[in-house]
Design a protein around this ligand. Structure first.
Ligand code: FAD
Ligand code: NAP
Length: 533
């Protein structure tokens, strides 16, 4: 395909779909490219058993269409992947998005041509599309990552990555299965594989805090009441710290008695309406004060000890190396209970690292485990991975990869100096993975759409972050992260899961509401920090 359009959007997940809908509504011509052969992004790729959202259904969707908000019936507190995929497929059909989305097509290159002030976008299928604007809606968690251990090509069993799960169901019945990784994906998949497998071995490097999902069919009355007041409901989330509204905290965790605090944690742990963020937001200092955080971390460790029968296994499952919430807390169903099953075992690969994948299984520094199937729940090259897999070149042929060699530098996580008219949805330097991402996606897409309107109104054709604004924002993102406990964890927020990746705190920890205010002020202040030309 050779085409000239106003905007190229890369990715057809929630971000790309919403961008297409918004921009088309403004009369712009838009071409979307998507590697997958369907829309939905995360909810297209992550089809592993147990995949579901960790934000309540009424809060994890986009204002595509007010009628759709009313028509769509959510079924569960935390809907499963199939339901979210069905929802996004329905959105694509209802809003007639598919005619502008080219599936099974990976963008390989985006080059800014200075004299023409246009981007040339190339794909692996030979497409060449020129566009005034490029929106990278490539996803924060879309570049799946396998562990750097040798031998996978020699393995004779079946293996899967949770982030690239096949369409057809995988049969684990009667199999010896190994799962590597105990982040959110591992926590979801492990109990379900355990229900089928003859033997399940979990290879755990770092235990995580897992809060019970307490999932259940959605209360029809709750659904009705949210729908009756959706505008206000969404607005409260937009102004909140994590994109999910909670009553504001007023006291330090250390200013209340042990009994009162424990009762608060217990209500959050057991309540059918609980959410992991509830354990953080009840007090003002959970994410800034280690002593305060220790109280909730210990509460969770105590619950693990209560649930898991074998004290040695319980100890191995108790996180001790990072504060609660400094990695995204996992939401689980029967996760800890699964380790009480006689055919489930836990291998600590922190003390006995995986040395290689052998033709018949996994060999750690201690012994070999024979496995018919290996599931890698080993996560993603987060926030920058999908961008770094595209050759993006701005002014003077500058490669984004080179510019970001020591870590990403952005203005507001949306724009990059030297890369005019290029926008990154939920890019590094924005709240993104620290939030209910539906809220962050909505805010970014709408901010970009408003910026394009502003350019049109001014008769301008380019918008570009200044180096000064980018430097100041990059420094601010770093400073804010240092005011919190986040950098004390070896997390993907810091790139710690990718050997060689610069250790830079990637998301913005200032909170969704405050961040939105800053972005709005920038726009209201004549796009302060941007050069418009
Ligand atoms: P994605 O959904 O990742 O879509 C990006 C798309 O871009 C992908 O389809 C990809 O194929 C495509 N793409 C990338 N590069 C290229 C290229 N070069 N050419 C063409 N196409 C390309 N967030 C929450 O807030 N709550 C949750 O509970 C939650 N659960 C999650 C569960 C899982 C298993 C994962 C992996 C993530 C989860 N997230 C969650 C984060 C989730 O990614 C976001 O909520 C949201 O779905 C992201 O939408 P997106 O469109 O920005 O990115
Ligand atoms: P993840 O949180 O990065 O977890 C990856 C796991 O693999 C970690 O336990 C990691 O250990 C382990 N690992 C990686 N390389 C390894 C190696 N070489 N040897 C042994 N273990 C290794 O990835 P994820 O579970 O896919 O989740 C990523 C994010 O996606 C989540 O934080 C969340 O934002 C989103 N998500 C959400 C849900 C949900 O509940 N809705 C579900 C899935 C994903 P270390 O910790 O030691 O690195």
């Amino acid at each position: 395909m050779k085409r000239t359009v106003d905007v190229v959007v890369v990715g057809a997940g929630m971000s790309g779909m919403y961008a297409l809908h918004k921009l088309r509504g403004m009369g712009l011509t838009v071409q979307v490219f998507e590697t997958g052969d369907g829309v939905g992004g995360t909810w297209y790729w992550n089809r592993y058993p147990g995949a579901r959202v960790d934000v309540k259904s009424m809060e994890y969707n986009l204002p595509f269409d007010p009628d759709l908000d009313q028509d769509w019936e959510w079924t569960e507190k935390y809907p499963p992947q199939e339901e979210l995929r069905r929802y996004l497929d329905h959105v694509a059909d209802r809003l007639d998005l598919r005619r502008d989305i080219r599936l099974t097509t990976r963008v390989t290159e985006a080059v800014y041509a200075e004299p023409a002030q246009r981007w040339l976008v190339r794909t692996n299928r030979g497409d060449e599309v020129t566009a005034q604007y490029v929106i990278m809606a490539t996803g924060c968690l879309s570049a799946a990552k396998l562990p750097e251990v040798p031998g996978l090509e020699s393995y004779t069993g079946r293996w899967y990555h949770t982030g690239h799960w096949p369409e057809e169901p995988v049969d684990f019945a009667g199999k010896r299965v190994g799962v590597v990784g105990t982040g959110s994906s591992g926590v979801h998949v492990i109990p379900l594989i355990a229900q089928q497998a003859a033997a399940l071995t979990v290879f755990q490097r770092t235990p995580n805090f897992v809060v019970p999902a307490n999932n259940h069919p959605i209360d029809p009355e709750h659904q009705r009441s949210v729908k009756a007041d959706y505008v206000r409901f969404r607005q409260a989330n937009r102004e909140s710290a994590f994109g999910t509204a909670f009553p504001p905290a007023t006291r330090s965790a250390l200013d209340v008695s042990d009994e009162e605090r424990t009762a608060y944690f217990a209500r959050n742990w057991h309540s059918p309406d609980n959410h992991p963020a509830g354990l953080l937001v009840g007090y003002t200092d959970m994410i800034t004060n280690k002593e305060a955080n220790d109280t909730v971390a210990q509460y969770v460790r105590d619950r693990i000890a209560d649930i898991v029968d074998d004290p040695a296994v319980a100890a191995a499952l108790q996180p001790v190396d990072h504060p609660f919430g400094t990695k995204r807390p996992c939401v689980g169903t029967d996760y800890y209970e699964t380790y009480n099953l006689p055919h489930v075992s836990l291998v600590d690969v922190r003390t006995t690292p995986i040395a290689e994948i052998t033709p018949s299984g996994i060999r750690t520094s201690e012994q070999e485990y024979a496995l018919d199937t290996i599931v890698f729940a080993t996560g993603f090259d987060a926030m920058t991975g999908a961008l770094s897999r595209i050759d993006i070149r701005g002014r003077g042929g500058m490669a984004l990869g080179e510019k970001w060699a020591d870590g990403p530098r952005t203005y507001l996580g949306i724009a990059v100096a030297g890369f005019p008219n290029l926008f990154t949805i939920t890019g590094p330097g924005s709240p993104s993975v620290l939030s209910n991402m539906a809220v962050s996606i909505e805010q970014h897409v709408e901010w970009v759409a408003d910026a394009l309107v502003a350019l049109r109104e001014r008769g301008a054709s380019t918008i570009e972050a200044t180096v000064e604004a980018e430097d100041a924002w990059t420094q601010h993102v770093d400073e804010v992260s240092r005011m919190t406990l986040y950098p004390t964890a070896d997390s993907y927020y810091l790139g710690a899961n990718v050997p060689g990746k610069p250790r830079v705190f990637l998301p913005y920890a200032g909170g969704v509401g405050l961040y939105r205010k800053t972005c709005d002020e920038v726009a209201a202040n004549d796009y302060h920090g941007f050069a418009l030309g």
